[in-house]
Design a protein around this ligand. Structure first.
Ligand SMILES: Nc1ncnc2c1ncn2[C@@H]1O[C@H](COP(=O)(O)OP(=O)(O)OP(=O)(O)O)[C@@H](O)[C@H]1O
Ligand SMILES: [Mg+2]
Length: 413
């Protein structure tokens, strides 16, 4: 794990609202308008499934050139922290959902007052927004977690490190993504030099540094009426705290552990009354008695990178499933289409021109499915991903990696 990942996307800052938001074009047939707050790649990848279902997806975009704003038919510009703008946006929507978890509480409260249903609800979303709240709640539910503590000061950090052993991991409870806001702390001196300024923003979450075997994720969907569906447990591979590869299902996962993780995912969704897609990031560990076990890393209440494989690898992809769930429609089958599906992320590198890679990648491997997000290239930025499914895992991994590397310009043949 890197100490700090400097090249993650910067969250945008509020800007003044533009002209009044016109309502989306009416759709014949009585179909609803789903409003999504946030216009990154998750909103963008929801556009296709919404169009297929005849549902209008309206995307509140921070910028007219954001990933989803480029492709959504209705993408008014407004910042997710601009209360008046979000309320204006929500007035045109039958239900509100989210592309990210950064909408502030006062804005969520204002939308709730308006009476427009939000999925997930602010009460559930809290546990994806605030890692301290998440740790407390999962503890109450008896869901296995790393040893953790709330720190109010550097001396709390030193006390925790001395008690459980260095190094430890410190996290900002809110606003982290792609490893930003996660630091490994090796000593008291490290704590003083690296995170003392974090306390200006409030308490900090401390965790033991988990000696994990690998990282896993369980993705489930739950509807307001309580129907739930789970995709198979996957293995996620992180490079410098950014997800680079997903293997679905997780290879060689012992059946008992797969069942326990799936049960935990469904239980968290039910107990927290999550609506929409829920991703639970986990670490596989070895228990004291030598058997495989898990602890939960964190929760995300939206489609998630660990579920991008479902777009091509499952009967129902996560973006369609999220729309079904937030509209309280019956959920689709999460059944995998292939024995294995491998997803490889395409991260920004040196090369800015991406399209010319298509000819080689598509000719070399007609089974590869390429998904690009319409984002400009910055080093380490998630620009897209590829999926490939089949029966031979090692060769699928090689093929997915090759395509992703070729598109990002790491290799040229
Ligand atoms: N307690 C821990 N012990 C060991 N490694 C950890 C621990 N917590 C986090 N990590 C590593 O750091 C990565 C990022 O941590 P985490 O998922 O909490 O951060 P994030 O910035 O919220 O990430 P995301 O991009 O998933 O939103 C994890 O995927 C894992 O590789
Ligand atoms: Mg994470």
């Amino acid at each position: 794990m890197a100490d700090l990942i400097p090249h993650a996307d910067e969250p945008p800052t509020p800007e003044s609202a533009g002209a009044a938001i016109p309502p989306p074009a009416p759709t014949p047939g009585g179909f609803p308008v789903v409003g999504m707050i946030g216009s990154g790649q998750l909103a963008r990848m929801s556009v296709g499934p919404a169009a297929e279902l005849g549902i209008t997806l309206s995307v509140l975009s921070t910028d007219a050139f954001d990933s989803a704003a480029l492709v959504a038919a209705h993408a008014p510009v407004g910042h997710h922290a601009d209360l008046e703008r979000v309320v204006e946006f929500a007035q045109h929507c039958d239900v509100i959902t989210f592309d990210h978890e950064h909408v502030p509480d006062d804005v969520l409260d204002a939308v709730a007052e308006l009476g427009v249903p939000m999925h997930p609800s602010p009460a559930a979303l809290r546990y994806a927004q605030d890692k301290l709240a998440m740790r407390e709640r999962l503890g109450e539910l008896g869901i296995p977690c790393p040893q953790w503590a709330r720190a109010e000061s550097v001396s709390d950090v030193v006390e925790f490190g001395d008690r459980i052993g260095w190094p430890i991991v410190a996290k900002t409870p809110r606003g982290g993504y792609d490893g930003k806001g996660v630091r490994q702390i090796r000593s008291a001196e490290d704590a003083r030099s690296q995170i003392s300024e974090w306390f200006d923003g409030g308490a900090v979450l401390l965790e033991e540094r988990v000696e994990f075997v690998r990282e896993l994720a369980i993705l489930v969907a739950r509807s307001p009426s309580g129907q739930a569906a789970a995709w198979p447990v996957v293995e996620t591979v992180q490079t410098d705290s950014i997800c680079t590869e997903v293997l679905a299902p997780a290879p060689d996962l012992v059946p008992g552990l797969a069942a326990a993780i799936t049960e935990a995912g469904l239980r968290v969704a039910g107990e927290l009354e999550v609506t929409g897609v829920l991703a639970v990031e986990l670490f596989e560990v070895v228990a004291a008695d030598g058997t495989p076990a898990f602890v939960v890393n964190e929760l995300a209440m939206r489609p998630h990178n660990s579920g991008h494989w479902t777009m091509d690898g499952a009967v129902t992809g996560q973006f369609e499933q999220h729309l079904r769930a937030v509209l309280d429609l019956p959920l689709g089958s999460p059944r995998p289409r292939d024995r294995w599906t491998v997803m490889a992320n395409i991260l920004g590198g040196e090369v800015e021109e991406l399209y010319s890679s298509y000819r080689h990648v598509m000719a070399r491997d007609p089974e590869i499915k390429v998904h690009l997000y319409g984002k400009s290239v910055r080093p380490g930025r998630k620009l897209g991903h590829v999926n490939v499914g089949g029966t031979h895992l090692a060769s699928l991994r090689e093929r997915a990696r090759h395509a992703a590397d070729y598109i990002q310009g790491v290799i040229d043949e």
